[in-house]
Structures are given as C-alpha cells and as structure tokens.
Ligand binder design. Structure first.
Ligand code: SAH
Length: 455
C-alpha cells in the first residue's frame, strides 16, 4: 500500500525541485511531484496519479508562500509549454540553476568541493530569442497561431510572447490577418491535409535583419504577392521571405526544400566580431547575447597564447572554433552533420579565418583516428548534445592528455557523468560556470574548466 491515494488531498512541504522545475514533497517518505510550487512552500495538493515509487499531485492552494514567488508576466503561462519558471523571481531561477548543476556534480559526478560559480544571468531577460516558431491550425473553424500547450500539440493562440524578439509578434499578426482574409487552409496533423503548418521568424540582433519562413504542405502559397507586400510594407527590416516545403507527416517543423519568394536566401548576424549567414535550416544559437558570454568564458578557460593546437568537438557551424581561432595556432572543428560543416567552412571564409579545418564525422570516430596519426591537441573544447560525450571519445582524450579540456554542456546530468570519467582518469575539475542561455525555462548551460593532473 502506498501512503497516498488518488483523488485525496494532502498538505505538503516542498523540500526540493526537479530538473524540470516541479516541486517535490513527501508524504510518509513517499515522493510527490507537483507542478507549480517553489522549494520552501507549504501547499495543498490533490493526488492525480499514483505509481509504485512516486505520485503526482495537482496544486490546489499555496498555504505558505516563498518570498521568491513571482506573478507570471505572461497571460498564457500556465497552459503554454514554453517557459516553466515564470512563477519564480528571475534571481530565484538563477539560484535554482546553480543548485541543479551543483547537485548533479555531487550526486552523479561524485565530486566534492568543486567551485561552482553563480549562474550568469541576463540584464534584461525578456525578448531574448532570435528565432520564433509558431504552429498554425484551426480548432472548430477558429484560426490559432501560437504555441503548443504543455506536453501536447494543442495550439494556444498567443499574440505576444515575452521571450521572443518583439518583431515576431508583428509578423505573426500580419500573417494571421492574411490567412483569415484569404481563407488559406491550415495543416491538420490528424488528416495530413491543409496548407500552412508553421511560421518561423529569425532575426539578426546586431544587423536588425528579419527572415520570415512559411512552412507549407505544398509547393506554393495562394495570393503570396499580397502577403509579401503586406509584410515588407509594414516591416521594412524583413530581408528574406521563404516558403519551406514540408509534405511529411512528422513532428519535424522544417522540410528540406526552400523557395525564396522575396529578398535573399539568408540573413546575417554577428557573434562578437564574426559575421554569420543564417538560412532557414542553419543551426544558430537562439540567445545571441548570452552566447557571447558563454563563448567568452570558454575562451577564457582555454587560456590560449597563439601557438596551441585546439580541437573544437561537436562544433556545429563553427562558432566556437572561430572564437578560438584568433588566439590559437591551429583549430580543428569536428561535427557530424554535413550541412553544418558546409556552413562552418563558409563562415570561416566570410570572416577570413584561415587556421581552422573542419572535419565531418562523429567525434568518437574522428578523434581516435587523428590520435593514431599523431595529431594531438593542447586544448580540447567539447560542446556535445544532451546525451553528452561518447566514452570512446573520452577514452581517447585521456590517452591524448591535453593540458586543458573546456566542457560546454546543455545537460548537467550527462556533464556530471563525463566529469566523473575524466576525474577518475587523470584530470581534475578547476571551476564550473553555469550561464543562463534560456531565461524562464529550466534549461541551463554550463562551462567547465578541466585540467590534466600533474603526475
Ligand atoms: N558548438 C556549437 C554546436 C553545439 S550543438 C555551437 O555552440 O553552436 C551540438 C552539435 O553536436 C550539433 O551541431 C550536432 O549536430 C553535433 N553532434 C551530435 N553528435 C555528434 C557526434 N557524435 N560527433 C560530432 N558532432 C556531433
């Protein structure tokens, strides 16, 4: 028998928070997860799910409020799946992220006494994203353009979003009016029929340029000249309008084919001194302001003097490689997605960067091969996806024994796992710096300086 029962009400002290920002409390030592409360609060909940080892409660009432509680500024906060932490003050969200990183390093990394700095937040944590993606659909004839609800594909119509760049709301409004006025059909996920699926808006924060992408289940858009006129007439910063063809029955937003219907095929933006061309399918960090902070830290931790050979593994379109190139002798960027490497080479060319080579392939394949050939790095930067580094790669780094490894991570738990491996094999962690790349969400980015132990 579990100590809690479905549909019963309980009073809980919230003693912790999950990595997704849910509150955690206990009834007779039995764990209950609740969306909404903050650590330190006393709440009343109704149990909505019981499993063998935990239960899920629905928040009914906050009985004792945390001083960190914040009235969410967004009107659809509770329903939208975008941000998860708007019920906390911004300061408290940063504290939550720091604790999350510390906790993982201790629990999974088994590392005590590691210096974890406070999370670097944004001065203005609003309107920070340079890419907005709005699903489009109709519910009982009513057009909705907005965001998906939490854990679902129900579209919530939302005229404004506090983390998207401001221009995207204006673009959205113009397209919505056009779709209603011309009765353009919208995609239905269940039948696979209907034309307009998504609207994507990308903006260059430093250049001010905007790109509008209409994702269509077809090859054309009726009355498109009229829409182009309405968009560029009202928002002259729009430099590119693209139809992206996606006829697959898939959750992936963009298809492979792009048809430019106005202006150029790409827009430009800068990170630091480097210029990047961004096309509809290019990967580009979504928070350009904090990206500079993050890369700045990575560069600081790399401590380059101009002669070093540096590996930038999981390099994407080569952004970190370029930052490193100015201070290094030679940089090798390794990335598994061929298109990204093509962009990386083009970006290096545009910026006149000559001491970087990009290699296509899995880091766990490419690096052992380079090591066999006698190519070694003095400093290695890794920036893997959520699943972290492959053990074959870590093992090769252990053998190669670079002076420093700078680990950039978007997932504290796999980071901690990999730190455990490296610290058990001749390396030590010097310092850990979390950076808030995604304000108001539970995500945290972390940069770690790891050095070779003196034997
Ligand atoms: N450093 C880049 C991108 C980091 S995202 C930036 O800051 O912009 C992680 C990248 O790792 C993605 O581009 C992904 O395509 C790539 N990737 C995933 N698995 C990989 C692997 N096994 N080897 C090399 N790259 C990989």
């Amino acid at each position: 028998m579990t100590p809690v029962r479905k549909n019963e009400k309980y009073i809980l002290d919230i003693t912790g928070m999950t990595h997704e920002g849910q509150g955690v409390g206990r009834v007779d030592n039995f764990t209950v997860f609740v969306e909404g409360p903050i650590e330190g609060e006393k709440v009343e909940v109704k149990i909505i799910k019981v499993s063998k080892s935990y239960a899920v409660g629905k928040l009914l009432k906050v009985l004792e409020q945390s001083p960190h509680r914040n009235e969410p500024a967004c009107g659809i906060y509770k329903r939208c799946g975008g941000c998860g932490l708007q019920h906390m003050s911004y300061e408290a969200t940063l504290g939550f992220k720091t604790r999350l990183v510390k906790d993982n390093i201790k629990r999974i990394g088994k590392l005590e006494n590691v210096v974890v700095h406070d999370t670097i937040g944004m001065e203005k944590p609003q309107y920070y994203r340079n890419k907005a993606q709005y699903p489009v659909g109709r519910v009982e004839g009513e057009l909705r353009v907005g965001f998906y609800a939490k854990r679902s594909h129900d579209i919530i119509d939302s005229p404004e979003c506090l983390i998207q760049n401001e221009a995207s709301a204006r673009v959205r409004a113009i397209i919505k009016e056009f779709v209603i006025g011309r009765d353009i059909s919208t995609y239905d996920e269940t039948t696979g029929k209907g034309l307009l699926r998504h609207i994507m808006i990308r903006s260059g924060f430093k250049t001010g340029e905007l790109m509008v992408v209409l994702v269509v289940n077809g090859k054309t858009l009726p009355y498109r000249e009229e829409l182009v006129e309405a968009l560029i007439g009202n928002i002259p910063q729009i430099k590119s309008i693209v139809l992206n063809v996606n006829r697959e029955n898939t959750n992936v937003i963009l298809g492979k084919r792009n048809i430019t219907i106005y202006g150029s095929d790409s827009i430009a933006d800068y990170i630091g001194e480097f210029r990047f061309n961004i096309s509809p399918l290019s990967f580009f960090q979504v928070n350009p302001v904090q990206t500079e902070v993050l890369y700045g830290k990575a560069l600081e931790y790399a401590v380059l003097t101009g002669s070093e050979t540096v590996f930038d593994l999981y390099c994407g379109i080569g952004t970190i490689s370029m930052f490193l190139s100015r201070k290094a002798g030679k940089v090798y960027g390794v990335e598994s997605v061929e298109e990204a490497v093509r962009d990386a080479r083009e970006n290096a060319r545009i910026n006149g960067v000559k001491n970087v080579d990009f290699i296509v392939g899995g880091a766990e394949k490419v690096i052992p091969g380079m090591y066999e050939q006698g190519i070694k790095a003095d400093v290695v930067v890794v920036d893997p996806p959520r699943k972290g580094c492959d053990e074959v790669l870590l093992d090769t780094l252990v053998k190669m024994a670079p002076k420093r490894i700078v680990y950039v991570s978007c997932n504290p738990s796999t980071l901690a796992r990999d730190l455990k491996y490296l610290t058990s094999n001749g390396f030590e962690v010097q310092e850990v710096q979390p950076v808030d790349m995604f304000p108001w969400t539970a995500h945290v980015e972390t940069v770690v300086l790891i050095t070779k132990k003196n034997d």
